[in-house]
Design a protein around this ligand. Structure first.
Ligand SMILES: Cc1cc2nc3c(=O)[nH]c(=O)nc-3n(C[C@H](O)[C@H](O)[C@H](O)COP(=O)(O)O)c2cc1C
Length: 163
């Protein structure tokens, strides 16, 4: 799959097959996150990988829309120090999700509305925050296709030569 097709067809999917992520794919996903650029190349993001079901269940209680998280065979939390930039975490997240999708593995970002809950469940030291959690898994045949949620038209999105 070429990069543009990968970007265009990637949908956030909340239903996953009961099928593990191969070790090689896991490594590629994490490497893709690692290769994301960061402000001043400070590389402040850290990843917490969860594959253990009880922990995934616990983490799901920290988000308001996280019910699907435990059914994902792979969950990755992107963690920042308090002064870390969300933009850096976003670059890691999108790199990981696109690298996964290039191998047919779908994903969905999940917000941890109760940040302290996420820190406690993941054993993260004070002075950090969980920027986003990513759920990864193989999509079932019934998963939404490339059309997915509509996007606003380019004419509404883009201002040419100034606002
Ligand atoms: C910052 C961020 C937080 C999100 N948090 C959640 C969440 O907590 N639960 C969830 O189910 N989806 C979450 N999503 C997924 C969005 O709902 C999804 O990106 C949007 O519906 C577009 O989906 P599509 O790409 O499949 O069209 C989040 C997305 C982003 C970018």
């Amino acid at each position: 799959m070429d990069a543009y097709t990968c970007i265009r067809t990637k949908r956030d999917t909340r239903v996953y097959q009961d099928r593990p992520i191969p070790e090689q794919s896991l490594q590629r996903i994490l490497q893709a996150g690692r290769m994301a650029g960061s402000a001043k190349n400070l590389q402040l993001c850290r990843f917490v990988v969860l594959q253990d079901t009880p922990k995934k269940n616990e983490l799901a209680t920290c988000g308001q829309f996280a019910q699907h998280t435990p059914s994902a065979p792979l969950v990755v939390a992107i963690v920042l120090p308090q002064d870390g930039r969300e933009f850096d975490a976003g670059r890691c997240a999108q790199n990981m999700m696109l690298a996964a999708w290039a191998e047919g593995i779908t994903s969905c970002p999940v917000t941890m509305h109760d940040g302290d809950c996420a820190l406690r469940v993941l054993g993260i030291p004070q002075g950090h925050r969980v920027s986003i959690v990513l759920a990864f898994g193989y999509p079932p045949p019934s998963a939404p296709g490339p059309k997915g949620t509509p996007r606003i038209p380019l004419e509404e999105l883009v201002h040419w030569g100034g606002w």
